[in-house]
Design a protein around this ligand. Structure first.
Ligand SMILES: [Zn+2]
Length: 251
């Protein structure tokens, strides 16, 4: 099967390249079949490298342009060009130059891509529930602004991730969201057993408070857990499964 990319209409098609690859078109086998793009859950590095090479060829970027950070469910953001320690850990990346492609890994967490077409600045983030509560998306907007972006011109696309249909959580997680964001309509959804959290609603709230225009935010990606043919899902498959990698860069 070929590589398939989920793409967002809010991100500019000219001057930028971006994609949220689905799981097909790679060479990993078993529950990681087939386009597993992450190494942290134990897939063979050579196989993941082959998958990344396939993606780069398909998407039209050089593999060595890819900027990869180890994610830790934190809120630190790295700007391409800043000195970087070998063991650096970031959940967000920003860039104001062509030739770099930013990567955001996720398997149920939200990969978020950012672009400001006038200032020509882009960003990428990995946001699980902890990073969402702590404000990783807000930090990316702030770092983009420091590079000349205007928040009200930043376009933001949320990638395939666990939807409110599937993100059942305990009361402590609901409390953490309410403490951080207050009473946001649609944030907490009553489920059959316990409450569910809508991470997209939470992220939208964080972004709007950071000055991003509501119409510049795409919060309608598919649910990873609901579509096993298209997506990996940590909730569904655990660490036996694969990891997605969204990407964005400027051309
Ligand atoms: Zn779902």
């Amino acid at each position: 099967m070929a590589i398939r990319l989920h793409r967002s209409p809010v991100l500019p098609s000219e001057g930028f390249l971006h994609g949220f690859p689905e799981r097909t078109g790679g060479v990993s086998t078993g529950p990681r079949a087939s386009l597993n793009l992450g190494v942290s859950w134990g897939d063979d590095r050579a196989v993941v490298e082959a998958n990344r090479r396939r993606l780069a060829e398909h998407a039209g970027f050089e593999l060595d342009a890819l900027q990869i950070a180890r994610h830790v469910h934190g809120t630190d953001v790295w700007a391409v060009g800043e000195p970087l320690a070998a063991d650096a850990q970031f959940d967000g990346l920003v860039c104001d130059r062509a030739g770099a492609v930013l990567a955001a890994f996720a398997a149920d967490c939200i990969p978020i891509l950012f672009a400001e077409p006038d200032a020509r600045v882009c960003g990428a983030a990995h946001a699980g529930w902890r990073g969402t509560v702590a404000g990783i998306a807000r930090n990316v907007v702030a770092r983009m602004a420091a590079l000349g972006a205007r928040p009200d011109r930043i376009c933001v696309a949320l990638g395939p991730s666990i939807g409110p249909c599937c993100f059942e959580v305990g009361p402590e997680v609901v409390a953490a969201f309410r403490d951080a964001l207050g009473d946001v309509p649609g944030l907490v959804v009553a489920g059959p057993r316990r409450d569910h959290i809508d991470l997209r609603v939470a992220t939208r709230s964080v972004l709007e408070r950071a000055g991003v225009a509501p119409e510049h935010i795409d919060t309608a990606p598919p649910c990873t857990r609901c579509e096993p043919e298209r997506f990996f899902s940590y909730r569904r498959d655990g660490k036996d499964g694969g990891i997605h990698m969204a990407y964005i860069g400027m051309v």
